[in-house]
Design a protein around this ligand. Structure first.
Ligand code: ZN
Length: 241
């Protein structure tokens, strides 16, 4: 049996994990944590590339990301639903990979698959821990579910920001694995640079803006339903002035 994962990203389409939480996954891997990605679909409804191309691209990106595991749940693209059948599939992967933390999409957003993935990931993570839930594997319930807020137009103030100053270049490199023209493209997914501004510049700008919230050059924003614990007031981070 492989060791449990520290972090598992459950995202709708190949490249979503890199876009929405790639920096934090890289930082975890850099710190020696075991990271993984579960792509819910193979992205077959995407307007460019074949499923084979996207699988090859995902493998190249996984290498850059230093992922210990990457799986595809095989759900139909553009039809992701928080159904019992989908929960069984995702819960089986959760039971097999045994992540401590699950990171998934923000609950709002433009793409219906992203909204569905957010509730599906959370519910499957809970159900995976129920002894009698009919999914493959032995019960495992992750410690926590966090939501990636990056690029969410309808997002809220982040609960916390991960410092990705040392990871942001590799995040861009992982995204570039999904098609050599990333730097030439005017938009990807929910990233809307506007005009002729390169998409990479927009990605860096967004991370710079979130980084400034925690006084770091680049950051990746997250939201959790639970309040974040601080040890002592004397040790609290992020300067007011
Ligand atoms: Zn997506």
């Amino acid at each position: 049996m492989t060791p449990p994962l520290d972090v598992l990203a459950v995202m709708a389409h190949p490249d979503d994990a890199e876009i929405f939480c790639g920096g934090a996954l890289l930082r975890s891997a850099d710190a020696g944590e075991r990271t993984g990605v579960l792509d819910l679909t193979a992205g077959e409804a995407a307007s460019r590339g074949t499923t084979e191309t996207r699988a090859r691209e995902a493998a190249a990106a996984s290498e850059i990301m230093g992922l210990a595991e990457r799986r595809c749940a095989g759900l139909p693209d553009a039809q992701v639903a928080n159904s019992h059948a989908a929960r069984q599939i995702v819960a089986a992967v959760v039971r097999e990979l045994r992540p401590r933390v699950v990171v998934t999409h923000w609950t709002g957003g433009r793409h219906p698959d992203h909204r569905a993935a957010a509730t599906l990931a959370r519910d499957a993570a809970f159900l995976a821990g129920l002894r009698n839930f009919p999914a493959k594997g032995r019960p495992h319930r992750p410690h926590k579910v966090v939501y990636a807020l990056a690029f969410a137009e309808d997002g809220v103030k982040p609960t916390f920001v991960v410092d990705i100053a040392e990871q942001v270049e590799r995040k861009i490199a992982a995204l570039e694995a999904y098609g050599s023209q990333l730097r030439a493209r005017s938009r990807i997914g929910e990233v809307f640079p506007g005009g002729d501004r390169p998409v990479v510049e927009q990605i860096l700008s967004m991370h710079a803006a979130y980084g400034s919230l925690v006084r770091r050059p680049y950051g990746e924003p997250y939201w959790t339903a639970e309040t974040t614990l601080v040890d002592t007031l004397g040790g609290v981070g992020v300067a007011t002035f």
